[in-house]
Each structure stands twice: as C-alpha cells, then as structure tokens.
Design a protein around this ligand. Structure first.
Ligand code: NAG
Ligand code: NAG
Ligand code: NAG
Ligand code: NAG
Ligand code: NAG
Ligand code: NAG
Ligand code: NAG
Length: 650
C-alpha cells in the first residue's frame, strides 16, 4: 500500500516536473490572445506564468506539447471570436464554447483546425451563413451549431464531413431546401426550428419528424407529403408566351395577334397584346368551370394554398399544350373529379415500387383513390394512350380496375380504386409475433384461388402479362377475396428497366431475356403460393442465407427433412389441413419450374386449385382453440435455424 502510494506520488511529481519544463508555447500565446480580446467572467484565471496545460478548461496531449481540448462552456464569454486566436490551435481535438454570449461570424481560420473531432458552439448568438470554414474539417464527428442565429442554406459541403455521427443545427434561421446529406453513420440529426422549405431528401427521411419540426416549408419523408403529383421544376421563361398560341379560344385571338403584326405594330405592342390575351383567357375560363369538370388541365388555378402555389403555377404551364393534357377516365367508372381535385387532395405515400410511387389520395368530397406516379416512362404519348386503352378495358372481380390516367411531359399518373383492407404482404408479414391475428388457412386458400383467377383473366381475356406479381400487389377486398393491381406496366418502360426489380419473384429466364411473359407470371405466382404456405417473404434476408431464393429453399427443405418443416408456423394450429397444404405445395412447385415450358398455364393453375381435395369447413372449426400441446406459436418449434438447410454453410 505504502509502496504503491509512493510510486503514484513519484509519477505525479515526474509529470509535474515535465509539465513545468514543457509547454505549448505557441498555443499558449493563442489562448492568451483570445482571452485578452474577449470579455469573460472571473472564473477563468489563466496565469501566464504557469503552463497553459494546467489552466481551467485546457487539456494538452501526453507530451504537453500542444493543446488538445479547450472547453469553456458557460463562462460568460461575450463578443466575437477574434481571428488568429483559436484558429491557431491547430492540434485541437475538442472545442466547446457553448452557452456563452458569443456573436458574429465564425472566423475563417477555423479551417486550420483540421484535427478537430468535436465542435460545440450551441447556445450563443452567432450569425452569418453556415461557416464555410467548417466543411473542410473532415475529421469532425460531432458538430453542434444549434440555438444560434445562423442564416442561409445548409451547404451540400456538409457531405465532406464523412465521419459525422451527430449534426445539430436546430433553432437557427437556416433557409432554403435541405441538401442530400449522406446519413450513413449519422446517428443524430436535427434541423428543427429553422426556416427550411422543400422536400426532405430520401437520405434524411429516416429521422424522426421531430428532427424537422418547426420548419413551415418542409414536407415529405416523416412529415406530411409534399404536393406529390407535380413538384415540377421551375417553368422555363418561354412558357408564359405559349398559352396564347394554343387552345381553342386563344387560337381565335392569336389570329388577332397575327393581324396585329400584319398591321405593323411594334414588338412591344405584340407583347402588350399577348398580355391582354392572357387576361382575357383567364376571365373567359371562370364561367366554363362548372361546365367541363374533366378538362382540368386547361384551367387557371386558384391561389388558395400558398405553400404549393408555385408548383400549381407549373401545372398551368404544363397544360399549355391545351386540352390534350387532362385526366382521362375509362368507361364504367364511378368517379367524377378532375385534376384540380386531385391536386387539392391530401395524399399519403402507400409505397415506393420499381415503377413509381403510389399515393393514397383523399379528395375533398371524400372519395379515396390510389394515384401512381410512374417514373422513367420510355414510350411516346401515343403508345402510352394506346396501352392505357388496353389496360383500362380489363374488368374482373379479382383485378383492381384502372380508372383514369394522366400524361404530360413531366408527369404520368394512373388512378385506380383504393382497397381499404391492405395488401397480402402486410397481412402475411406485418407485425408478426406481436399478438396479431394470423392469416388463417381458409383465407390463404381463398387468396390463392382469387389471385389465380384474376391473373388467368389478365392472360386469357386481356392478353396482358402482369409482369410484377408480388404480395404487395395482391390487395384484399372487404370480402377477403384478393385483387391484383399494378398489372401490365412493363411495356411502358422499354428495355432500359429490368422488368421486375423484386428479385425474389422473378423467373430465372427473365434475368437474361429481360422480357416478362405469361410463363414468368406463372413462376411469380408460384413464389406467391410458396409465400402463403411458408409465411416467408421471398427475399433472401428472410431465408437467412445469401444467394438462395424461396423455391430453392423449399426444395432443399423438402428434400432433406420432413415436409411439414416448410410450412408457416402460424398454420400449425389448424388440424387436418396437411393434405391440402401438400397439394398446394405441389401446385406451387410446378409453377416454379426452371424451364418455362414445364410450368402450367394460369387457367390450368386455377383448375388445379379448384379441384383440390378440400374439406369444406371454416377456420373456426379447424382451429384448435384449447389444446396447448399442439396449438400456439409458442409450442410449435418455429425456429428458422432449424428449418434452414445448413448443408451449404461450411
Ligand atoms: C501566477 O503563478 C505564479 C507562480 O505559480 C504566482 O506566483 C502568482 O501569484 C500567480 N499569479 C496570479 C495572479 O495568480
Ligand atoms: C512525445 O515526444 C516524443 C519526442 O518528441 C515523441 O517521440 C513521441 O512520439 C511523443 N509522444 C506523443 C504521444 O506525441
Ligand atoms: C492556416 O495556417 C497557415 C500556417 O499555419 C497560415 O498560413 C494560414 O493563413 C492559416 N489559414 C487561415 C485561414 O488563417
Ligand atoms: C437573431 O437575430 C434577430 C434579428 O437580427 C434578433 O432579433 C434575435 O434576437 C437574434 N436571436 C438571438 C438568439 O440572438
Ligand atoms: C472538402 O474537404 C477538402 C479537404 O479534405 C477541401 O479541400 C474541400 O474544399 C472541402 N470542400 C468543401 C465544400 O468545403
Ligand atoms: C423548437 O421551438 C419550440 C418553441 O420555441 C420549442 O418548444 C422546441 O423545443 C424547439 N425544438 C427543438 C428541437 O429545439
Ligand atoms: C424556399 O425558400 C427560398 C427562399 O428562402 C425560395 O427562394 C425558394 O423558392 C423556396 N422554395 C420552395 C420550394 O418553396
């Protein structure tokens, strides 16, 4: 004990001696210069005759040759940071000046603090733009500028700070839109209470809404969606002129304009005339509003919603091609709304698919529809319209009907019915294991059969390849029959887009040919059946192994172990369905044959399912409600590790 103590003492003395002898001279001068020029409280008493390393708030490296950290929180510093003071501490790792009364701009020489890892400047009154000197400090891990008075945009250069784990910019007056900040590793991010506007970039949408609160102009991501259908770019300067040369009414008047030229009026006079025409058109449009509800594209937009008005202006700009750009409804529809109603609708994102984003739009009068914004459409307007005509004709109880479409240069929209009961994907995989009601066997059979019927109708009557069969495109009707949606869109995307980016459902040959066929639909349907039977999503992650798809996983389990191992644990509570499950499994396995010709047609699949040897009872009768030894999830050995084939893993 005594020995120990004296040893510690000895070391301390040694360090103290070292401390006296070695001294970060340059850094000391910089610190003294800072303090002498900045008002502060008495708590900081830096004695110039002692080593700076012993000063309050200062820490040096082990050799005491330079200042490592400077922490002066809440010490009453008032004023602006003088240049050529702190910026000279070029070995600094941590700088905290938070909760003082510092103002003005951050000095440019902060760019010399290249080793800085943490910078805490929050709770001061700094002004000016986001300090440009900071975007070169590539080692920064935490940057806190919150609760100051910074203005201007948040620069894209923030992406320079690749080590950042926390970025705090809340409670300032930053404005403009958020740049796409790389958020890998960025665990904490806050820009609340600024003056930011525009849509939240995808990279940042993973943070809570609270990180973005208090910015009246921000939208999208965790916040309510932006006006989703027309966030168009700014109109080109030529656009204001074009309205006068298109559309029926204006055409008459532009004849007048031509006469005007003929008469010999000057260019300025022509401009004046155009202006008059524009005013005239606006006035003429008002009464026609009630008469032609569908021709929305050619109408002026009321400046009601300030936040979205700029994009609405763009719509009128986009509609200058006249009557051609309007919402086109198919026959037999029940809707009577127009593009403007759609624009006024509140919308929420339902899902982002391979061909575009789907929104649930609730119109003002209460109608709910699904609007799909297609991206990367590669066909001409004519081809688009012709294809839509084909798709719009398809009517079947197990196919979600397409109700309307819209085509303009910038936007391609599809409108279809909204199905309240959600998708098979949500039903099968949503909140599993958290006390939800599992999808029963009879319902699964019903979904299998109705989906098959819908798909067979597409193939036979519609002569349309679905091209994107997957659980999230199988929607439930209120009577629990299924309907398929999102069909027949592949021809719109040319060869540039892979037919289906959902690899788990894609037939093997599609990868090479890049063409979806009736037979590749059958394959995808087979995967869907396997999904219903196993309860596993066909992406690789859920199968626990890379490079293995659901069909191959099922094959390997069936080959190596008892067949029942493949079935969904949630189905184990039902008695006397094993035979049916095996029958459906066999149908599924023929559908997923590698060779397309060996797959049955969809009509054959429907017939096979219809002819299955079923015991016609409902779920309730087959459910074992009170037999704990066989029943619930907890009792049945569910482990994926047990059912996952391990033979391929070394
Ligand atoms: C500064 O330190 C020296 C030596 O340690 C001491 O003599 C002197 O009184 C100190 N000055 C103040 C103002 O504390
Ligand atoms: C301390 O200084 C010595 C000699 O100048 C050097 O060799 C050593 O690497 C330094 N140690 C640290 C931790 O900087
Ligand atoms: C950074 O430091 C170098 C030398 O140490 C100096 O010449 C330069 O002016 C400093 N940069 C700024 C912005 O002060
Ligand atoms: C920020 O600046 C505004 C206007 O210059 C001023 O009214 C406000 O008090 C400042 N806020 C802070 C925290 O300094
Ligand atoms: C990004 O960092 C590099 C140095 O790593 C620097 O040269 C460049 O100017 C920085 N870019 C911005 C926008 O600050
Ligand atoms: C934003 O400002 C409000 C009101 O001033 C405040 O209650 C809230 O805490 C602030 N949010 C953040 C993240 O600081
Ligand atoms: C965002 O605000 C800036 C001014 O701060 C403005 O120029 C810009 O048009 C706004 N953008 C949107 C999409 O409202």
């Amino acid at each position: 004990m005594v020995v120990n103590f004296s040893f510690v003492f000895l070391v301390s003395v040694l360090i103290l001696c070292l401390g006296v002898t070695s001294e970060p001279v340059q850094d000391k001068q910089a610190l003294l210069a800072f303090l002498s020029k900045t008002k502060h409280s008495n708590r900081i008493q830096w004695n110039s005759s002692t080593s700076a390393c012993n000063w309050v708030g200062v820490q040096c490296d082990a050799n005491r040759s330079f200042v490592y950290t400077l922490r002066l929180p809440a010490v009453g510093l008032v004023g602006s940071i003088p240049p050529n003071t702190i910026g000279r501490l070029n070995q600094l790792r941590v700088l905290s000046l938070r909760a003082n009364g510092l103002f003005g701009e951050i000095p440019a020489d902060f760019s010399n603090l290249t080793l800085l890892r943490s910078l805490y400047l929050q709770d001061n009154a700094f002004t000016g733009p986001f300090p440009p000197s900071l975007t070169g400090l590539t080692r920064l891990s935490r940057l806190d500028l919150s609760s100051n008075n910074f203005t201007g945009p948040i620069p894209f250069g923030v992406n320079n700070l690749t080590q950042l784990t926390g970025l705090f910019l809340q409670n300032n007056r930053f404005s403009g839109s958020l740049p796409s900040i790389n958020s890998d590793g960025l665990n904490e991010f806050d820009v609340a209470n600024n003056s930011l506007n525009g849509s939240i970039p995808d990279t940042l949408s993973k943070y809570d809404a609270s990180s973005f609160a208090g910015n009246l102009g921000l939208c999208g991501g965790p916040l309510p969606p932006c006006n989703p259908f027309f966030p168009s770019p700014a109109p080109s300067p030529s656009e204001p002129i074009s309205p006068s040369t298109s559309g029926k009414k204006s055409r008459n008047l532009s004849t007048g304009a031509i006469i005007g030229i003929a008469v010999g009026s000057a260019f300025a006079a022509l401009l004046l005339l155009l202006f008059l025409i524009l005013c005239l058109r606006k006035r003429q449009r008002q009464p026609s509003k009630q008469q032609k509800p569908v021709a929305a594209g050619a109408r002026a937009v009321p400046p009601a919603e300030a936040g979205t008005s700029s994009s609405k202006d763009d719509i009128t700009g986009a509609s200058t091609e006249g009557e051609r750009n309007k919402l086109v409804f198919f026959e037999g529809g029940v809707y009577s709304f127009d593009l403007e109603d759609l624009l006024r609708a509140s919308a929420e994102v339902l899902g982002k698919g391979s061909v575009g984003t789907s929104y649930k739009a609730v119109l003002e009068e209460g109608t709910t529809v699904v609007v799909k914004r297609l991206k990367d459409v590669a066909v001409s307007k004519k081809e688009f319209e012709m294809h839509m005509e084909t798709l719009g004709k398809i009517r079947h109880e197990n196919v979600v009907p397409l109700r309307a479409f819209y085509y303009s240069k910038d936007e391609k929209l599809l409108v279809s019915d909204f199905m309240r009961d959600g998708s098979l994907s949500a039903l099968l995989h949503g909140s599993r294991g958290s006390g939800r009601t599992p999808l029963g066997w009879d319902n699964r059979m019903r979904i299998a059969l109705s989906t098959a019927r819908g798909l067979a109708h597409l193939h036979v009557s519609g002569k349309v390849v679905h091209g994107n069969i997957k659980a999230s495109n199988v929607l439930l009707r209120s009577d629990q029959d299924a309907c398929i949606s999102d069909f027949g869109l592949n021809p719109l995307f040319g060869n540039s887009t892979p037919p289906s980016r959902v690899a788990g459902y894609r037939a093997p040959e599609v990868l090479e040919t890049r063409k979806v066929t009736f037979k590749s639909d059958v394959y995808s349907f087979g995967v869907l059946l396997l999904e219903l039977l196993t309860g596993k999503a066909p992406n690789q992650a859920s199968l626990g192994e890379e490079g293995i798809d659901l069909p191959r996983w099922v094959q390997s389990v069936v080959r190596e172990e008892w067949t029942a191992e493949v079935f969904d644990v949630e189905l184990m509570r039902y008695h006397s369905i094993e035979e049916e499950m095996v029958q459906l499994l066999q149908i599924a396995m023929t559908c997923v044959s590698t060779v397309p010709d060996q797959r049955p047609s969809m009509q054959e699949v429907v017939r096979m399912i219809e002819e299955m040897n079923r015991v016609e009872t409902d779920d309730g009768l087959r459910q074992s409600s009170d037999d704990p030894s066989k029943g619930s999830d907890g009792q049945t050995p569910p482990t994926e590790s047990r059912t996952t084939p391990r033979s391929t893993t070394p």
